[in-house]
Each structure stands twice: as C-alpha cells, then as structure tokens.
Design a protein around this ligand. Structure first.
Ligand SMILES: Nc1ncnc2c1ncn2[C@@H]1O[C@H](COP(=O)(O)OP(=O)(O)OP(=O)(O)O)[C@@H](O)[C@H]1O
Ligand SMILES: CC(C)(CO)[C@@H](O)C(=O)[O-]
Ligand code: BAL
Length: 278
C-alpha cells in the first residue's frame, strides 16, 4: 500500500499504475467497519482502490467539533492495508488549500434543511473538497455511506451539475450489534453515554412503527418528541419524516412511497446523525 501526502504523488501513482478502473472512498479518518465495508467494495469492484484521509476544515462550522475530531492515522493505515487498499491519500490542509477557495457552492433547498440548516456552510465545504478530490483521483466509482443521507443527495447534485464522469455507489449503514450507527464521533462518547446511544436508532424504529400503524407524520413527531423529553441525556436537534427521494418533509405517510426518517442529536456534547429508509 502506498501512502501519498501530496497531490502530485497521488496523480503520478495513478497515472503509472492504472489502466482501467479506480474505486475511491473519501473519508475523514478514524476508520471503523462502516468505512472498511466501503473500502472492501472499492477493492473488489475496481482495478485500483484509493482512500483519502483528510479532516477537511472548511466543512466544520463549529471550531470545537473540528478540534475534537478523532485523528488516528497510524491505526487507519493498518486497517486500510488489511482491507487491501492500494493507495492512501493523506494530505495536510496546506497541501489541499494552497489558497483559500473563493468559490462558493450553493445546493439550493438542501442548504436550508437538516444538516444545511444546523451546519451553515457545511455543504459548501463538502462540495469543494469532494470536487478537488474527484479531480485529483479521477475515480471510476466513488463510494459513500447512506448514514450521511443528505450528503449523498448533495454529492449526487455535484456530480450531475459539474458533469463528473463517475458513478456514485451508496452503501448501507453499518451498525454496532446494539443498533448504533458506526461513526468516528462515537469514540468521543463516555461509557455511560455509549450505553444510552442505541436509543437514537430505537427512535427511528419507533417512528417507522408509529407511521406504519397509521399515525400521521405530525402525530408521530409528537410521540418522538415525548420519547426524547423522557431521556434527559439526549438533546434532539431535528427528527424529520421525509420522502426518501427528495428529502422534503411529508405531511402524509404513504407506505407505497419510500420514506426516510432522518435525525441529529447531541449526547455527551457529541453530535450524532442517523436515518432509516423504508
Ligand atoms: N456506519 C457507516 N456505515 C456506512 N458508511 C459509513 C458509516 N459511517 C460513515 N460512513 C461513510 O464513510 C464516509 C466517510 O465518513 P466519515 O469519515 O465522515 O465518517 P463518519 O463515521 O461518518 O464520521 P462522523 O459521522 O463522525 O463524521 C462517508 O461516505 C460516510 O457516509
Ligand atoms: C465526504 C467527506 C470525506 C468530505 O470531507 C466527508 O464529508 C465525510 O467523511 O463524509
Ligand atoms: N460524515 C460527515 C462529515 C462531517 O460530519 O463533517
């Protein structure tokens, strides 16, 4: 496995080694099995597999979140090597941003809901770094997790609007045995908070059950609010009942159409997101 720190090394390696297909997994490191599933698919489905490990400062609206974001490069490299990854691109912020970008990306309605609403500027940062990474790696297929459902919608628009010549592959959310969605930020949870964390996924299962039993989205939301009011340690930021296609909020539930329940919540000062599609 090659570890490249610069854009030039990455491009040169890919120019000299790749004749057919490149599978690419962009990450912010602190890797877990959710990431590794993405890497394994990239390894299996392409001639060359590339993983980027870069905690992108421009997508953090909260400086404390950026400062505390787990960084475990040594352990990440061991996991990537074991998964069969060919090339790791782990640049510094200076390498990625020799100049502060003046370009601004605006993803329309997606900027004003959920992650867009609560993390202003987040998708501009994601859009710019992912565009830069796509230009550097030139992947045939790029792998993203369903856990970041709104990010999937944003990257889809990015690929379409900027005519990136690649296929986006969306992979299901990998969970711990107790249902908690794997996430790098889970490492920041105290033992007590970790024990409570599966309540987040349980609230998605409860929402699904309530809707399928005939409760309206409004009624379901009230019951979910009550559920969280009874768990002092978890602060719900949002819980949306949406169309899985458009991510627009639903006023009626129709079991014939795909629905997505999407939430963000704080536990122990750590912000976690999750969703359920059915
Ligand atoms: N549990 C998971 N299952 C499947 N894919 C995942 C999972 N967690 C993260 N991913 C995907 O891995 C890619 C890199 O994500 P990232 O490095 O931000 O990890 P993360 O665990 O989502 O971290 P955090 O949510 O704490 O930022 C993204 O496409 C993300 O959707
Ligand atoms: C896609 C990404 C690597 C861009 O920094 C990040 O948003 C993530 O890890 O999901
Ligand atoms: N997985 C999304 C990256 C972030 O939280 O900034």
């Amino acid at each position: 496995m090659i570890i490249a720190r610069t854009i030039l090394e990455t491009k040169n390696y890919l120019k000299s080694h790749c004749t057919k297909t490149i599978g690419f997994v962009p990450t912010m490191g602190a890797l877990h099995n959710g990431h590794i599933e993405l890497i394994k698919r990239a390894v299996n489905e392409n001639e060359i597999s590339v993983c980027s490990v870069f905690v992108n400062p421009t997508q953090f609206n909260n400086p404390d979140d950026l400062k505390k974001y787990p960084r475990t490069l040594e352990a990440d490299l061991l996991l990537l090597e074991a998964a069969g990854c060919d090339l790791v691109f782990a640049p510094s912020a200076e390498e990625m941003y020799s100049q502060n970008p003046i370009l601004k990306l605006d993803f329309g309605d997606l900027e004003h809901i959920m992650e867009g609403e609560f993390r202003p500027g987040h998708f501009n940062g994601v859009g710019i770094v992912v565009s830069k990474l796509f230009h550097i790696v030139k992947p045939t297929k790029a792998y993203f997790g369903q856990k970041d459902i709104q990010q999937v919608a944003v990257i889809n628009r990015l690929i379409n609007d900027l005519s990136f010549d690649l296929e986006m592959v969306v992979c299901e959310t990998i969970r711990e045995n107790d249902g908690l969605a794997m996430s790098s930020r889970n490492r920041r949870l105290s033992d007590d908070a970790r024990k409570l964390a599966p309540k987040i996924y349980e609230s998605l299962l409860l929402g699904k059950k309530l809707l399928q039993e005939g409760n309206s989205p409004d009624n379901t939301f009230s019951k979910i609010k009550e559920y969280y009011d009874n768990i002092e340690e978890i602060e719900l930021e949002y819980y949306k009942i949406t169309s899985a296609e458009s991510l627009a909020e639903l006023s009626n539930f129709d079991p014939k159409n795909k629905t997505a329940l999407i939430l963000a919540a704080y536990l122990d000062g750590v912000r976690l997101i999750d969703n359920l599609i059915f």
